[in-house]
Write a protein that binds this ligand. Structure first.
Ligand SMILES: Cc1cc2nc3c(=O)[nH]c(=O)nc-3n(C[C@H](O)[C@H](O)[C@H](O)COP(=O)(O)O)c2cc1C
Length: 203
């Protein structure tokens, strides 16, 4: 790991692992771009009755995000399971704590992309992705999706959208990530890293 490499923050919430799997594929795409590094981070769950009930360090998976990660990143991939056609409260809760970063333009001008996993194929993937873009636009980020030159967008019979990477996990959350979903998630990570690389003025 070269700590001078530009970092793309891959920030996600995942209760049952599917959004996390998409995050890992996006990180794979980011790191396929020379000189670019992915930093996987998550957020703690929130409770309806109390705040900060989680341990300081998650028992498994990526560490919890810190506000410094927003300053240190050169781009952001933001992922959440679909919850009633919207992002999960845990991720929204973290974003709602970023007023200082919003006011100082910490994320302004940095490229961003979004991803989600759903139980049903038409259960709101695109609504979730679009709603996740809104706070990123308020932060001044340059939000990007996938172009139709990516052939899987025309043929996928599972997830995958021009608005971002998606997975159709099924009612029991057990459907495997399909080849099309995998290729599109990797392509989104690669595209984000390439845009960031260009914006950094890297040769
Ligand atoms: C409270 C709640 C709301 C949900 N809402 C939706 C929904 O609107 N549409 C849908 O297709 N799936 C919905 N789901 C299913 C999850 O999006 C799906 O299981 C997802 O793959 C979980 O991702 P994860 O494995 O990263 O936790 C919902 C699940 C929960 C617990």
């Amino acid at each position: 790991m070269n700590t001078t490499n530009p970092i793309i923050l891959v920030l996600y919430y995942s209760r049952h692992g599917k959004t996390r799997r998409l995050a890992e594929l996006i990180a794979q795409g980011i790191e396929s771009v020379p000189g670019m590094e992915a930093r996987l981070r998550t957020v703690p769950a929130v409770s309806t009755v109390a705040e900060a009930t989680e341990p300081d360090i998650p028992s498994a998976g990526a560490p919890y995000v810190e506000l410094a990660d927003l300053a240190e990143c050169a781009g952001l991939a933001l992922g959440s399971p679909t919850r009633f056609g919207n992002m999960a409260a845990a991720l929204k809760y973290f974003l709602d704590g970023t007023s200082a970063q919003w006011l100082s333009g910490t994320l302004s001008g940095k490229p961003a992309a979004v991803f989600t996993s759903t139980g049903s194929l038409h259960g709101g993937q695109e609504a979730t992705l679009l709603s996740m873009m809104i706070p990123l636009l308020h932060h001044g980020m340059m939000v990007m999706g996938l172009p139709y030159t990516q052939p899987e967008l025309m043929t996928t019979e599972s997830g995958g959208s021009p608005y971002g990477a998606t997975h159709w996990a099924g009612v029991d959350n057990k459907r495997p990530i399909t080849e099309d979903e995998k290729r599109l998630a990797i392509a989104l990570g690669r595209r984000l890293a390439e845009a960031s690389r260009t914006l950094q003025g890297m040769a």
